[in-house]
Design a protein around this ligand. Sequence first.
Ligand code: PEP
Length: 255
Amino acid sequence: MRTPFVAANWKMYKTVAETVAYLRDFGTLVSAVDDVEIVVAPPFVGVHAAAEAVRDTRVGIAGQDLHWEREGAFTGEISAGMLKEAGARYVIIGHSERRTKFGETDEHVNRKVKAAVGAGLTPIVCVGETLEEREREQTLSVLDRQLRLGLDGLSADTVAALAVAYEPVWAIGTGRNATSAQAQEAHAHIRDRLREWFGAEAGDSCRVLYGGSVKPANTRELVSQADVDGALVGGASLDAKAFAEIVAASRPGRI
Ligand code: PEP
């Protein structure tokens, strides 16, 4: 059975002080949860303080992006090793905001995934179609391309251990979530492809998260789908109580 996985993507919100205060409250709210993998991705500057704040808890810290090189003349960038040293255990890669606003390609995603794995970070690899692509019935072919190129060259063991986040671009930050049927269709397709390309065990072990306007009120319906293993949450994760409710609604016994 796959352990549910719920991750918060704070984007460019929260100072270091706000990060520490949030995690103190949030840690208390989820202290009894031992059956969900919980991850919080603050802005880079908060990673170290966040990792200190969650020390000795079950909450893990993620970076929101990374550069694939170990070091070099890449002003403004940060490497996998730097994130790891700062205390991150996970990293979000290929978020649609990186793809659409910063020109990130599937090839970039692939290099980043390999760098993350090489440094011992668990990647959360984001894929998803735009509204135009969905209306043209290209959703599944877009997912195929993003997954095939983004995960190219990875071993079955690596794929088994990472998380894929299906995030339809039209559902991110819009308040309009995919229906549970739309999510399940995409998730089942992703899992089928992972089984086909990396073997049944990898496909069955990889956690596939849904992202796009997840809130406490719609979590249970989404995560009750057979191939939805948890959520990547933006806006609603900025509030510790709301994010704790999303974690609670993702617990295996509650589904
Ligand atoms: C995200 O940023 O990954 C996301 C899913 O955002 P939101 O929950 O706000 O739609």
